[in-house]
Design a protein around this ligand. Structure first.
Ligand code: COA
Length: 377
């Protein structure tokens, strides 16, 4: 077998690892199942987008109503689950670490958790995807010493997430903004976490194991963990006046500026453009335009100094901050949305599976012989 070594130690840059019909990036355009992200952000909602990603078509009205009803009902955690999850340690635990364990734990209540046949996959997906947000909300309420809030069946996923998090009915504009964030984060071709999910499912392991792998991959600051770091950076800089100087100094120290750069987009991330507008209007609405102004200066300076453009994580940070969401929940919220993309990838992987098993190029020592301690230095 001839080995391709062109991408060795380059993070598989430019390597096509599989065929996919879920989402596609061309230049600065992102499409889910053939629909542009701008179109979906303007007209769709998270439940409909999940249906689209899973079923490869927009739902009819009756399909949509049925799917939405199942999806929202699927948000509820039963009393036994709530009690068990509340007993998990959470002090000094990052919510992504808690979430990774909580998702793994949820498999123990799912009698279908080991089934990967077509019907089992559908049942597990519809049970697991709507639970990620409620798990995040439960963690937040538990660490605040507050009770679990069950979802309301006649409301949307976005509405319910904010309600379950804060315990009060959310502002409709915030719901719309949050719903759009969920759409924008729902899938992204063969990103690191989707690939991790596909690698795990390629051994014909179960869906929960694949989602736990994906959560672990998303957690890192080079992937989903960047959104939290963006807001920490803005808070550290502190004022609009210091922003430009801070960027120049950080670049001179060869530091990476979180929320900038992308492996695939070289002409800008289309999601960042939509989020920038949302950040501007939301920070204005909440009287915190300073964070948008600071972001805009950082954006301009990084482009000028380094030629890098913002990615999805840059402006989503100030959107979540304006919504009063704790910083360490930004990446779990990314997972709340991305889980539907992961599940689409897992389903696609099972449907035409061959185990992922690349090769390593040997650069180590050869021909050594074992010797006893007395002969070792
Ligand atoms: N700030 C400063 N410099 C950056 C940068 C950033 N955010 N992103 C990339 N660069 C620089 C690198 O230092 C490198 O410079 P060099 O050639 O002088 O060494 C060059 O741009 C190429 O970057 P590289 O890290 O090799 O690109 P990649 O394709 O491997 O990584 C990211 C892509 C997204 C991981 C990378 O841009 C990054 O770390 N960004 C910050 C984290 C982030 O926002 N992640 C969320 C992604 S959606």
């Amino acid at each position: 077998m001839e080995l391709y070594t062109g991408a060795v130690d380059k993070g598989l840059e430019g390597v096509v690892a599989c065929t996919t019909a879920i989402s596609f990036i061309v230049d600065a355009t992102l499409c889910y199942r053939g629909y542009t992200i701008e179109d979906l952000a303007e007209h769709s909602n998270f439940e409909e987008t999940a249906f689209l990603l899973w079923k490869d078509k927009l739902p009819t009205e009756s399909e949509y109503n049925e799917f939405k009803s199942h999806f929202v009902k699927g948000m509820n955690l039963n009393a036994e689950q709530v009690k068990a999850l509340q007993s998990l340690p959470f002090k000094d635990v990052h919510p992504m670490a808690w979430l990774r364990t909580a998702v793994s734990y949820m498999a123990l209540w799912d009698s279908d958790s080991q089934s990967i046949d077509e019907e089992g996959r559908q049942r597990v997906s519809l049970r697991l995807a709507p639970k990620i947000g409620p798990l995040v909300a439960l963690l937040e309420r538990t660490r605040q010493g507050k009770e679990y809030v069950p979802p309301k069946e006649n409301k949307s996923f976005a509405w319910n997430f904010l309600y379950m998090l804060k315990g009060e009915e959310p502002d409709e504009e915030m719901v719309k903004v949050f719903d759009t964030c969920l759409i924008l984060h729902a899938d992204h071709e063969l990103n690191c976490s989707a690939f991790a999910a596909r690698v795990t499912s390629s051994s014909l392991s179960d869906i929960y194991s694949a989602i736990v792998s994906a959560i672990g991959a998303l957690k890192g600051p080079l992937h989903g963990g960047a959104n939290e770091q963006v807001m920490r950076t803005l808070l550290k800089i502190g004022s609009v006046e210091k922003a430009e100087e801070w960027v120049k100094e950080a670049l001179a120290r060869k530091e990476k500026i979180m929320g900038f750069g992308h492996r695939v987009y070289k002409n800008g991330d289309p999601r960042a453009k939509i989020l920038r507008g949302m950040s501007e209007s939301l920070t204005k609405k909440t009287g915190q335009s300073k964070w948008y102004e600071m972001s805009a200066i950082i954006d301009k300076t990084v482009q000028k100094e380094k030629g890098l453009l913002p990615n999805v994580d840059f402006y989503s940070a100030t959107v979540y901050y304006s919504m009063g969401i704790p910083l360490d929940l930004y990446t779990p919220i990314f997972a709340t949305a991305r889980v539907v993309g992961w599940l689409a990838h897992i389903q696609e992987q099972y449907s035409k599976n061959r185990i992922y098993r690349p090769r390593g190029q040997w650069i180590g020592k050869e021909g050594l012989k074992w010797v006893p301690f007395s002969e070792r230095s």
